[in-house]
Design a protein around this ligand. Sequence first.
Ligand code: XMP
Length: 326
Amino acid sequence: DWTPGHVVDELVVAIREQVGEDRVLCALSGGVDSSVAAALVQKAVGDQLTCVFVDHGLLREGEAEQVEKDFVEATGVDLVVVDARERFLDALAGVTDPETKRKIIGEHFIRVFEQAARDVVHDRGDEEHPVKWLVQGTLYPDVVESGGGEGAANIKSHHNVGGLPDDLQFSLIEPLRTLFKDEVRQVGLELGVPEVIVWRQPFPGPGLGIRIIGAVDAERLAVLRRADAIAREELTRAGLDRDIWQCPVVLLADVRSVGVQGDGRTYGHPVVLRPVASEDAMTADWARVPYDVLATISTRITNEVEEVNRVVLDVTSKPPGTIEWE
Ligand code: XMP
């Protein structure tokens, strides 16, 4: 009988056997997979695990707190938070090209994580119990996709953390590699991982950095964060958050249009709602969100986010449009 309880019990035993007395490191992103993997390893080996969360400042409203506070409270993990927000803002200043943004965010992320990993190895490990393992939230479909074999999966997993330098040699521990996404969610609930994390929709690693069309700065991030929070809140209130694959909210930061708000003329920015239905993100259809839900989102965003005076809906499928705008 498949029950999340049985799966947790079995995986906990297997992790304990694999890890022994060694110390374990995990990069937490706030996403479902890394969070459930971390919670599972925490249940198995407790304080032998240290999680590292790099706050690049490109997360949505509440997400850093969900990791730093709610996840830690629910699981008791030993968490190292690296506040790298300024570093990323500085690195992204004035950059508008999408691929350049992605490259900058990816490279800085690796460098910040590497340094944090070195610090953890130094601070937490000792000769008898070195930091030897790195947790990866690899799922069964990832294993199949990368060829099924041990080696093939490792290449992809390593690729996920960006390839660590030679002086940081970890063995991978992939406790979710026999599970599908819906099973991972059930295991997460069984482990007490907060529901907002368990049910989180896919969110790209470069975060809001690739949902601001134009250069990224703190003010623009604040505007997008507020608009995005409203859209998510209303989609959740309408009971649509688990039906819709994801709904990026995109700020057209270099576009202005004329509007009228209160008793004045405005010259504000548009935001784009991009709700999509999908099975696997390879293809997608634009999601038919009911008009009254769209109306509520639009009214609230233009009322509550001063800088935004227009809300538009993206009705493009993938292909030809990708889900994200950059
Ligand atoms: P696109 O925009 O290519 O996105 O249709 C497909 C899916 O992948 C997500 N995405 C990313 N996820 N790092 C990630 O972890 C990334 O750089 C990245 N870019 C896009 C996107 O949100 C969608 O679910």
